[in-house]
Ligand binder design. Structure first.
Ligand code: GDP
Ligand code: IMO
Ligand code: MG
Length: 424
């Protein structure tokens, strides 16, 4: 019986998970997304193709790997159909390589409306949601009202849909939110018909069976640990468990069947949407990182907030996930800075702490930095560890020592090929 490796983001999302899943897929038989939904945007680049996936696992371009959308994922049929159509247009044989968990929940048009109504009601305290209906769909899941992929095959699917929509209409009326559902429903039901042509599975059995015959599974996370509904900067989080334990819930894999935990982090930090961000740089340095790193959302196009690497936050993420190896992304973006900042501690009530406290808002924590030497070399054409500048190696060693986990990959550009495997 093999174990499943888990790959997840250690920051506020957009660490580069999609790129790495694509790079690692040749080593796996099955890639399985375990949570989140179309709030995610996972970018892959190879042979001049740049592609953004939202719900479909990032192993889909590989010729043989099976890709599973797990029970922990929430699916918007309309977005899902668009994703499949775009892949088919690129010549990908989606239908034979993609399986959908029957237990995955469906995002209804009214979930999206409720997301918008809830954000509007919050005013300046809004979460900065991607407005894909994620929060309301997970609320219906835990509230035991949700519709699941398996329900599509039930004879009373339309009735179930209507019952849930009636509830939603009452909530929308409470919010005095204006909408035109009849404009949205036909496309949604068309997409449901399209979904029917794909293969639905009991993914927990499928995965268990596959692992018992030695098949290799990689679980792909969405968002990042600091957006986890329990351990993130609540309430400025998403509505699912993005941490490693989420792979157990989101796929039906037992905790003792988890193997390596691959933690993806950027060489700096970004955050999109509202909420605390201790190392945020609201200055020309932050702007330089944003421009060089093209830090604009893959899903919403919003400018991402940028800042230096936050070690207390990274250590926290490594702790709650049990990370066994780290992969550092976008090292190329830090070329050209005289000094690279790294937050080693927070100052809280005049005392230095090196762990992540309950409250990380700016009234409570002040980041304390060490500055390391920068480097000027362009890294994007490098493909070997021994060509990396000494200052970058020192930066990596500093992080490894602080966090206690080795960096196994350094990414120096968005393309598949711009990936350096590190020897220790
Ligand atoms: P994900 O959500 O974690 O999959 O990450 P996103 O795809 O949302 O955002 C990462 C962005 O950085 C994408 O545009 C990638 O193409 C790009 N990217 C990934 N790795 C690197 C890298 O090492 N260097 C640079 N410059 N860009 C990268
Ligand atoms: P990937 O998988 C970055 C953020 C939103 C918002 C908060 C809640 O590409 O890394 P939601 O729509 O989930 O209700 O939004 O979470 N967010 C992400 N930020 N990357 C993502 O996914 C995100 N998914 C959600 O910006 O702050
Ligand atoms: Mg993303």
């Amino acid at each position: 019986m093999s174990k499943a490796d888990v790959l997840l983001g250690l920051q506020w999302g957009d660490e580069g998970k999609g790129k790495i899943v694509d790079v690692l897929t040749p080593h796996y038989d099955i890639i399985a997304r375990f949570q989140g939904g179309p709030n995610a945007g996972h970018t892959l680049e190879f042979n001049g193709i740049k592609h953004v996936l939202h719900t479909i696992p990032s192993g889909i371009f590989h010729p043989t790997a099976i890709n599973i959308v797990g029970n922990g994922v929430v699916i918007d049929p309309v977005i899902f159909k668009k994703e499949v159509d775009a892949l088919i247009a690129l010549g990908v044989d989606v239908k034979s390589k993609l399986l959908i968990a029957k237990r995955a929940h469906l995002i209804l048009p009214t979930h999206r409306l409720l997301d918008a109504a809830s954000e509007a009601a919050k005013g300046k305290n809004k979460i900065g949601s991607t407005l894909k209906g994620i929060g309301p769909t997970y609320m219906d899941k835990t509230g035991r009202n949700g519709l699941r992929v398996g329900d599509i095959e039930a004879p009373d699917f339309k009735e179930k849909y209507s019952q849930l929509v009636e509830k939603h209409k009452q909530l929308l009326a409470f919010h005095q939110f204006e909408y035109n559902l009849s404009e949205l429903e036909p496309t949604w039901f068309e997409a449901i018909e399209f979904l029917r042509q794909l293969t639905f599975v009991d993914s927990e059995h499928y995965l268990h069976q596959a692992m018992s015959t030695g098949k290799k599974v990689l679980a792909e996370g969405a968002q990042g640990s600091l957006l986890d509904v329990d351990f993130g900067s609540y309430p400025f989080v998403t509505s699912s468990n993005t941490i490693c334990a989420g792979a157990c819930n989101g796929l039906g894999i037992a905790p003792n069947r988890i193997g390596n935990v691959i933690g993806i982090f950027k060489a700096y930090c970004t955050r999109v949407g509202s909420g605390p961000f201790p190392t945020e740089l609201n200055d020309t340095t932050g702007e330089q990182i944003r421009q060089t790193g093209r830090e604009f959302g893959s899903t919403t196009g919003r400018a991402r907030r940028t800042g230096w690497l936050d070690l207390p936050a990274l250590k926290f993420a490594v702790m709650v996930n049990g990370v066994t190896e780290l992969m550092m992304m976008k090292a190329d973006v830090l070329s050209g800075f005289d000094k690279i900042g790294i937050c080693t501690h927070y100052e809280v009530n005049g005392k230095l702490i090196d762990h992540l406290p309950y409250d990380i808002s700016e009234n409570f924590v002040k980041p304390v930095y060490t500055f390391l030497e920068g480097w000027n070399q362009d890294l994007t054409g490098m493909n070997a560890q021994n060509s990396l500048p000494k200052a970058l190696i020192d930066y990596i060693l500093y992080i490894e020592k602080a966090v206690g986990v080795p960096v196994s990959v350094v990414s120096v550009g968005p393309d598949r090929s711009q990936t350096i495997h590190m020897q220790h």
